[in-house]
Design a protein around this ligand. Structure first.
Ligand code: ING
Length: 303
């Protein structure tokens, strides 16, 4: 068996002007509590350092840039890496990545995987960007990820670390079965996914009451159909006047939720997982070599 204790580390609301030192200290507190419970890996949300700024139309470029990181770690995020090294706890961290190349700027919705020594061992940039590009007056709040981020250019990589094969995805990615399938075809045994999900979906308000259901449905189906552990971690609560779902949880390869937070604030839930349990699915019902029929799946990859 390859057992480890993992934690989903949910964050409650982050104010628009909350300094990174504040969010970083909140995350260090969660990491410390996870460590107290024996965890060696902690999953933080998508865009965990700041408020979910795609909800706002930000015209001033300097203000927009203030939500991004140009270095990782930077002086304000270094305490998180120091805590990881001191406690021997690795982590998944979502943040807005800004790359300045001469006159051009590139912007990604990014996550990194940091190991127990505090080293960055993996990076992923969000592939499935939801929302829209232009300001849309009719919306009670915007969802401008297509404006503020480029399509991720790293594909769906996996990383050998912490005794297993790890994969990362971000928020909307979790709704697309292809995300999990590509990662699991590459051997991912644990897939980490941070999210910021509004309760209200302006184009289909009749689905608002289904957001928690659709969240767990996506995570559980992805875990089961690919025989992988899945950890989903929310930025939750009423943030910038917008209600975000919680429901951070740890899902077994069987699709069972084995741990979940209870509220909408800063909170961890932990579970001891065994990466060897992926075999229960991957050597049986989802034995890709024996049962998968890629010759019949053409439309999935058609443009
Ligand atoms: N947020 C949402 C998500 O995919 C969304 C967007 C909300 C899509 C509700 C569908 C329904 O969870 C991000 N950041 O992708």
């Amino acid at each position: 068996s390859r057992k480890l204790i993992v934690a989903t580390a949910q964050l409650g609301p982050i104010a628009r002007d909350e300094p990174r030192s504040s969010t970083v200290s909140r995350m260090v507190a969660l990491m410390t509590e996870a460590h107290r419970r024996g965890a060696t890996l902690v999953v933080f949300p998508e865009l965990a350092l700041t408020s979910f700024f795609p909800r706002w139309f930000i015209e001033d470029e300097a203000e927009l840039d203030s939500f991004y990181e140009t270095e990782m770690p930077g002086t304000e995020t270094q305490p998180l890496f120091d805590a990881a090294r001191k406690l021997g706890v690795g982590f998944y961290l979502g943040y807005a990545e800004l790359i300045v190349e001469g006159e051009t700027k590139r912007r990604f919705n990014t996550t990194i995987l940091v190991d127990q020594t505090g080293e960055i061992v993996g990076k992923y940039r969000k592939v499935h960007l939801p929302g829209h590009y232009n300001f849309e007056e009719w919306r009670p709040f915007q969802h401008l990820e297509k404006r503020y981020f480029e399509h991720g250019d790293l594909g769906f990589p996996v990383f050998e670390t912490m005794g297993g094969t790890m994969g990362m995805a971000i928020c909307n990615d979790r709704r697309w079965p292809e995300t999990y399938r590509v990662l699991s075809l590459r051997g991912a045994e644990l897939i980490m996914i941070g999210y910021n999900t509004p309760v209200h979906y302006p184009q289909a308000p009749e689905h608002d009451h289904l957001q928690d259901f659709h969240n767990h449905l996506s995570l559980q189906a992805g875990a089961y159909a690919n025989g992988a552990w899945v950890i989903g971690t929310a930025k939750a609560g009423r943030e910038g006047g917008c209600d975000l779902i919680g429901g951070s949880c740890i899902v077994a390869p069987t699709g069972e939720i084995v741990a979940m937070v209870q509220g909408l604030g800063d909170e961890i839930a932990t579970a001891e997982i065994d990466l060897d349990r992926c075999k229960e699915l991957r050597e049986n019902v989802f034995n890709f070599t024996l049962h998968r029929e890629p010759g019949d799946y053409g439309p999935i990859c058609a443009g």
